[in-house]
Design a protein around this ligand. Structure first.
Ligand SMILES: C[S@@+](CC[C@H](N)C(=O)[O-])C[C@H]1O[C@@H](n2cnc3c(N)ncnc32)[C@H](O)[C@@H]1O
Ligand code: SF4
Length: 438
């Protein structure tokens, strides 16, 4: 029987981070393969998001089960970049993009690449994609140990306007508990260099909820973060996934994650930040305009672990967790001939009902909420008729109607990781749980 939202909340509520619906565990081999020209026919291609995934890190952090490999040799990096170039040319040729409106480089740790490799990567992308880096938001993820002045100067010159630094915590005891070793002074040096680089947005990622982290220790980390005056902060509740080092050591997130969340939210709101979603806080005077609309526009993912989305098809390379699986997928990706990249062979189709679910999840979990009239314009039917369960949100005091939108209130946003999975369709939930890696 489907659990109600109230039941899910009683059971703890950290059911999953619904940033991309559906999760990759819903993807399967596509048989027959879908030519990209066909998948993208009829799609709007003026406001595309270009995402480049670089699956390399200096070390594997204890909490992390992202698609990445540690300490790759130079040969593996070269082969992966060469495969990305083949993929990029094949994909661009197949889908005929009109304009890239936003871009991001994520990982892994894209700054694991050398300055020369980064410059070559941007040069390649500039030749192949209709992109004007200096006119659009371009985000780039870094870890403290890979920050250098040379790379920052280059990225700034190439058009990157946002640096996102994986800090996780400013308190050494937390980093030990999270099993993310870091030489003393490295984080401060990285923050200094990024601030001196003059990027429009400096984002700091923090994780809360490791076993030893109490309210005082969390506050110390938040205070230290604000000393750097970041334009954005991403606050991630700790999840301990399968096959991570913390999981193997029998560790669990602390029972106090929601208390730490509320503490941080109240602190950041008082310090002049706006809440954009449960995880994202932005300084009140920072505006990051883009024509790309995450509910409706397409995403082009390049690299071994990237996903791509049209309205009706989400696809990627195969899914794996654990080092052996990830290494095999990178090896297979690197061995592919250019022509094979012009078709999707692993993914999931979204029928119109699934597209509606995705639209609701992507809109509702942002502080702006979901507009019933915009929904009706997109899908031709009333939102309340299609999603009668949304009433439960107002009944439970988690959402309000304001200015014509249904919005999660403070308490509702705190339960985002319950509300997202509660909205998943039964069919997609079954498909995701049937995946042996789920
Ligand atoms: C791709 S990583 C960031 C860049 C870089 N690799 C680094 O770690 O410095 C994206 C972010 O996701 C968050 N994250 C990853 N795994 C997590 C987990 N299991 N629980 C909570 N947050 C997690 C971390 O805050 C991390 O900085
Ligand atoms: S948190 Fe970042 S640096 Fe650590 S393993 Fe994950 S992607 Fe790599």
């Amino acid at each position: 029987m489907k659990r109600t939202l109230a039941q899910r909340m009683t059971e703890g509520g950290y059911d999953g981070y619904a940033y991309a619906y559906p999760h990759k565990t819903a993807y399967r081999p596509l048989n027959p393969r879908v030519p990209l020209a066909e998948a993208w026919r009829g799609e709007e291609k003026r406001n595309l998001f270009l995402y480049v995934h670089l699956p390399f890190c200096e070390m594997r952090c204890g909490f992390c089960n992202l698609f990445t490999t540690v300490q790759p040799g130079a040969g593996l990096v070269d082969q992966t970049l060469a495969a990305i170039y083949r993929q990029s040319s094949a994909v661009s040729g197949a889908i005929a993009p009109e304009n890239i409106s936003q871009a991001a480089f994520g990982g892994g740790t894209p700054s694991f690449l050398s300055a020369l490799e980064l410059e070559q990567l941007f040069n390649h992308l500039s030749l192949v994609w209709p992109v004007q880096w200096h006119r659009i938001p371009v985000s780039f993820e870094m870890s403290p140990g890979t920050v250098t002045r040379e790379k920052l100067d280059l990225l700034r010159r190439l058009g990157v306007d946002r640096i996102s630094l994986g800090v996780q915590s400013f308190v050494p005891e937390d980093l030990i508990s999270l099993k993310r070793p870091q030489p003393s002074g490295e984080l401060e040096r990285a923050c200094h260099s990024i601030k001196a680089g003059g990027f429009s947005v400096f984002n700091v990622d923090l994780i809360y909820g490791n076993e030893g982290q109490d309210a005082r220790r969390w506050q110390r980390s938040l205070d230290r973060a604000l000393e750097w005056q970041p334009e954005e902060l991403y606050l991630y509740p700790l999840y301990i996934g399968r096959l991570t080092n913390l999981d193997r050591s029998g560790r669990h997130p602390g029972a106090h994650r929601r208390d730490l969340y509320r503490q941080a939210r109240d602190f950041l709101l008082a310090a002049g930040y706006r809440q954009i979603s449960m995880r994202l806080f932005r300084r009140w005077n920072v505006i990051r305009d883009t024509d790309y609309c995450c509910q409706e526009d397409g995403m082009i993912g390049l690299g071994p672990g990237a996903r791509s989305y049209t309205r009706a098809l989400h696809y990627s390379t195969e899914y794996a967790v654990g080092q052996i699986g990830v290494k095999k997928i990178i090896g297979d990706f690197n061995a592919r001939a250019k022509s094979t990249f012009a078709a999707a062979d692993y993914g999931v189709s979204l029928d119109e009902q699934e597209q509606r679910v995705r639209y609701i999840i992507k809109s509702l979990l942002r502080a702006d909420g979901v507009s019933p009239s915009a929904y009706q314009r997109s899908f031709g039917s009333p939102m309340t008729g299609d999603f009668p369960q949304l009433e439960e949100l107002t009944e439970l005091g988690l959402a309000v109607e304001s200015n014509g939108c249904l919005r999660l209130n403070d308490e509702g946003l705190a339960w985002s990781d319950t509300i997202g999975p509660w909205l998943y369709s039964d069919a997609m939930t079954a498909r995701m749980s049937a995946c042996e890696l789920a």
